[in-house]
Design a binder for this molecule. Structure first.
Ligand SMILES: NC(=O)c1ccc[n+]([C@@H]2O[C@H](COP(=O)([O-])OP(=O)(O)OC[C@H]3O[C@@H](n4cnc5c(N)ncnc54)[C@H](O)[C@@H]3O)[C@@H](O)[C@H]2O)c1
Ligand SMILES: [Zn+2]
Ligand SMILES: [Zn+2]
Length: 353
């Protein structure tokens, strides 16, 4: 089968790999129909996630058709259309019992990290009963694949960790797919203002169309002054960091109001400076979280009912043989006007766009 393989920082290749086989009785093999690229894959490519080793098939997002199940998979069978969650968990260990599925002792974020992932024709999904969700045959693949990672991330690591309440002033730093997913999640809690901050005017424009009330381009280094001016020098109630670099963490800690919540979403490859000398008296809460995907089923119900429309996050479409082009497009999002790029597997003829 064709698969996208990581060969160390900056190195990716589309290669022929053996089709995966069932290793444990709780596994399923899924034939991928649609996958996509996450900002986390870009961090892996930069070398920010050293756990990802040379030779790993990347990807933790996908929709597909069950090809085969292990003897202890109870809820899925060959032919089922499924959503693959980035988190596959045993459901029984100490951390699973605390609903921290991302920290499962034998599971968690494995796909495209410590085991081969979804940017391939087939993937082995461990703990299939918890890692898969059944999809109606007619549900749109592109809408569904946004539920593998980015929507639960925006909801859990952004809106829920930030404890967004009606009337809050919320700032989201980073208008990439994850920041935009956080925006969609935050809106469900009726904030008074959503201030979106990014370097990319196209993404800021999209954020406006998704309901951001203010857009701040931080390219001139003046984001903090702008946000303070917009908030009568008081700062924001919730600051969501959705980039993963020291500069954007710093913006969050400089705009947070007393009593505010800073929710870090970004994957960081370098330490940041925490200004406790200024913040110790500010009654702030700082959260970090690896998405647990505990909200996936709830978000899926919203997509099924039409109350959430994540397909609008898709800007570009590719087929698996073009996946290196898909990476180049996503990595150069500002020039390409890219948001989420989807990759169809299965029909391997180049895409007509
Ligand atoms: N915590 C989790 O479980 C989890 C899950 C998924 C993704 N993530 C992380 O979320 C982050 C966002 O993911 P994404 O897919 O949207 O990535 P992305 O790379 O598409 O988006 C990042 C955005 O940040 C903007 N940006 C870069 N530097 C900036 C700066 N100095 N000021 C303002 N904006 C700046 C870019 O223009 C871009 O729009 C990544 O770090 C990703 O690894 C975390
Ligand atoms: Zn992701
Ligand atoms: Zn567990």
């Amino acid at each position: 089968m064709k698969a996208l393989v990581f060969h160390g920082p900056g190195k990716l290749a589309l290669e022929d790999r053996p089709k995966p086989a069932i290793l444990l009785t709780t596994d399923a093999i899924v034939r991928i129909t649609t996958t996509t690229i996450c900002g986390t894959d870009l961090h892996i490519l930069k070398g920010d996630v050293p756990a990802v080793l040379d030779g790993r098939i990347l990807g933790h997002e996908g929709v597909g058709i069950v090809e085969e199940v292990g003897t202890n998979v109870l809820d899925f069978k060959k032919g089922d259309k499924v959503l693959i969650s980035l988190i596959t968990a045993c459901g029984r260990c100490r951390f699973c019992r605390k609903s921290m599925f991302s920290h499962c002792r034998t599971g968690g974020w494995l796909l495209g990290n410590s085991i081969d992932g979804t940017q391939a024709e087939y993937v082995r999904v461990p703990y299939a009963d918890t890692g898969l969700r059944l999809l109606a045959p007619g549900l749109d693949d592109e809408a569904a694949v946004m539920l593998s990672c980015i929507l639960p991330t925006g909801m859990e690591c952004g809106a829920l960790c930030g404890q967004v309440k009606p009337g809050d002033i919320v700032a989201i730093v980073g208008a990439g797919p994850v920041g935009l997913a956080a925006l969609l999640a935050v809106k469900l809690y009726s904030p008074a203002e959503i201030i979106m901050i990014d370097l990319d005017d196209n993404r800021l424009e999209v954020a406006r169309s998704f309901g951001a009330t203010r857009a701040v381009n931080s390219a001139d280094g003046k984001a903090v002054e702008r946000v303070m001016a917009l908030t009568h020098a008081e700062g924001v109630d919730v600051a969501i960091e959705a980039v993963g670099i020291p500069a954007t963490f710093d913006i969050c800690q400089k705009i947070i109001a007393p009593g505010g919540r800073m929710a870090n979403v970004g994957v960081h490859g370098k330490p940041v400076t925490l200004n406790l000398d200024r913040l110790w008296a500010s009654n702030i809460t700082l959260t970090t979280r690896l998405v647990d995907a505990g909200t996936t089923s709830m978000l899926l119900r919203m997509v099924e009912s039409g109350s959430l429309d994540p397909k609008k996050l898709v800007s570009h479409r590719f087929k698996l043989p073009e996946i290196l082009k898909a990476y180049a497009t996503f990595a150069d999002a500002a020039k390409e006007h890219a948001l989420k790029v989807t990759i169809k597997a299965g029909d391997l003829e180049p895409c007509q766009r």
